[in-house]
Design a protein around this ligand. Sequence first.
Ligand SMILES: [Zn+2]
Length: 466
Amino acid sequence: MTYWAYKVRADVSHLVSLLAPAPPSRVVRVWRGEGLEIVGEDAKTLAKWVRRRFGAEVDATTEPAAFLWLPTPPLPDGYPNTASDLRVLADAAGEDATAALGQAAVGEPDHLVALLGATGRGGSGLVAVKAPNPKHSSPHLRSAAQPLSRGFRPGRTPQTVLLNRYFGTGPVIRSSVQRADANWVHGRGRDLRTSKLLDSTVVVAGCGSVGAPVACTLAQAGAGRIVLVDHDDLNWPNLGRHPLGATAVGRNKAQALAERLQADFPHLQIEGRACGLHHLLQNDVELLEAADLIVAATGSWSAESALNRWHVELGRPRPVLYGWTEAHACAGHAVAIAGEGGCFQCNIDRTGAPSFKAVDWPDGGGGSQEEPACGAHYHPYGAVELNYVTATIGDVALECLLSPPAHSFSRVFATSQRRIDELGARWSDEWLAEHGNDDRGIRTIDRPWLRTTCSARRDQPVDEVA
Ligand SMILES: [Zn+2]
């Protein structure tokens, strides 16, 4: 590919490939638009990618192209210079390569696109050759614009005649290829976790300052289908902690974030639902049942306790992950509810307060401040502090997808002693009892989430306290 790149003219644009770079040789499709040429496996998946990337209104018409899998990467003196060379290369690669090249040419495209793939030292490599239709250039034809089927009735040109005319002595254009297939985007084809993640469905309920960044990292990690759920609209004071900005103010958080992530990751399936968790539990329980993981970051005990009751009734076959931050993002919690151990409600009281928290505040309210409007409280902190919390939740989310836990547990992020001192807070008694007063800086710790006599289901036995 390095030598090939030397031989590519600087003014020739590269192709973008969505193909799996592996045999067999086959007919694929190419789409042209927005200054790009994009090659995909078939018309349907390519059009879907194009519409996700450029919008539903874009013309997603595609035409056939050839993917030729070569037994060995060609050396520089074997690089095709003419269309005839390209055909010789295909013939040497086998019957399926010859057939794929022929099928891509029979429609007499203006530019025939052939992607060449082979295994090299560092894995699969892709390069491209474009063969212009000789009707535009060949001096041998009487008229420059005469079709290659001249002399035959429409549709009756023998294929050999047509192909001999197409693959003549006209020069080809060599081009480089940029891979944009899912395996390449997520880990350059080397991350063994990618295929499992691409097969997973995740529902993120609550797309505020905690849920939205977690959804973004799940998309970057390559979760194949992500459904975002939130009934709220984005507002100006959300911007300092939310991945969305001014372009989405006034829009539904779930829909706006889904739209952005879908355009950014066109190989994934990302949906936004402008509704709350209660609505989903009543109207689309199939979606929740189909999810490999549900991440709940709604900040609403009413919604999350309802989700927990549904999860308990279902028998907790797959994990639900609850995430929240303590005041000022001084601590954060990721609670994975699995088949064994506690349900979510086991360690949460009637008002929705967790039985374990890391930080206490002298005023009891965690330094919350009132907005000018009555009853609206907020804690002043920003995205930087919150990153630790959302990273902890994202970390547990990946763990739940890749190796689902058998027992419920929680991972707690705790900030540095310095920040606790700066804010005038103190470690809670329960934190001090478990972890003492050490000064090592930020950390995360894992705790079991034990079963208790909670009201989500009265008949469950109680864990022995370890
Ligand atoms: Zn319980």
